[in-house]
Design a protein around this ligand. Structure first.
Ligand code: COA
Length: 254
């Protein structure tokens, strides 16, 4: 399975498990995660959700080949279902990140509650490099978190940034050695499990609820723009270049 799930001691774990493709996410994987999140939110035995990848890679983001073949269309597409479930889940979500978190791999962290990252973690939202635009409320949440100029640098240039910068920006709670990050995130999740679940849910809702409608509206606006750009020649050139292992040439586009 390219996504592994497990449940133990009140923690529901969702793990990216496609290391040969750097945990790149296909539509099937998005659907699996969307279903898993809904199931975990409805399961009274689950008090915390933990998301992780492998020690060498969190995720390379959208599977570009799958994206070319099956571009997501509309609010019912698996990627939308997954991100809507993640942004709306009532239980806390803890992320353990090691290695690269590309594209949606970084975007999804903006919707998690606690983010622990390894010293080898690297983040990027290379949407402009792919002829695309920000997605899933990152155009709102990243400037709120990091300030406009810092967010603009990450979203306009799309360059990767290292874990210390991510911590300074507020995207990451704590940096740990790669061998320790998952155990630390699990221990933090266990602390949440031991606290009154209703109190945790109410506290999360109070922090996030006020802005929830705005977040949904921004997700819709970005989604429409992203879907249009995905079909445009710039994105086709960027994706083909990646798969053909060459540099993209954007000079022919205005
Ligand atoms: N979609 C589809 N396949 C991907 C992928 C993606 N996003 N990312 C990696 N892969 C595949 C590669 O095509 C390669 O497949 P192959 O072995 O069949 O040739 C395999 O995974 C290993 O990738 P490779 O690029 O050789 O690994 P690396 O360690 O040199 O680099 C990354 C790792 C993550 C930095 C690099 O793969 C990368 O930049 N990926 C694309 C990230 C991206 O643009 N994501 C989309 C954001 S919207």
């Amino acid at each position: 399975m390219d996504i592994s799930t497990s449940k133990a001691n009140g923690i529901f774990t969702i793990e990216f498990n496609r290391p040969d493709k750097k945990n790149a996410i296909t539509a099937v994987m998005y659907q699996t995660m969307a279903d898993a999140l809904k199931q975990a939110d409805a399961d009274a035995e689950v008090r915390v959700i933990l998301m992780c990848g492998k020690p060498e890679i969190f995720t390379a983001g959208n599977d570009l080949e799958d994206f070319l073949k099956n571009p997501p269309s509309g609010l019912n597409s698996p990627v939308f279902q997954f991100m809507t479930a993640l942004s709306g889940v009532s239980k806390p979500v803890v992320a353990a990140v090691a290695g690269a978190a590309v594209g949606i791999g970084t975007t999804l962290l903006l919707h998690c509650d606690l983010v622990y990252a390894a010293d080898n973690a690297k983040f990027s939202m290379p949407f402009t490099q792919l002829g695309l635009c920000p997605e899933f409320a990152s155009s709102l949440l990243l400037p709120q978190l990091a300030g406009y100029q810092r967010a603009a640098e990450k979203l306009l240039l799309g360059e990767a940034f290292l874990v210390e910068e991510a911590r300074e920006m507020g995207l990451v709670n704590k940096v740990l050695p790669v061998a320790e990050v998952l155990a630390y995130a699990q221990a933090q999740a266990a602390k949440l499990v031991a606290l009154p679940a209703s109190s945790i849910r109410a506290s999360k809702r109070l922090m996030k609820g006020r802005q929830a409608q705005t977040v949904q509206a921004v997700i819709g606006e970005e989604g429409q723009q992203f879907a249009e750009m995905l079909l445009a020649p710039e994105a086709k050139e960027a994706f083909s270049a990646f798969l053909q292992k060459r540099k993209p040439d954007f000079t022919k586009f205005a």
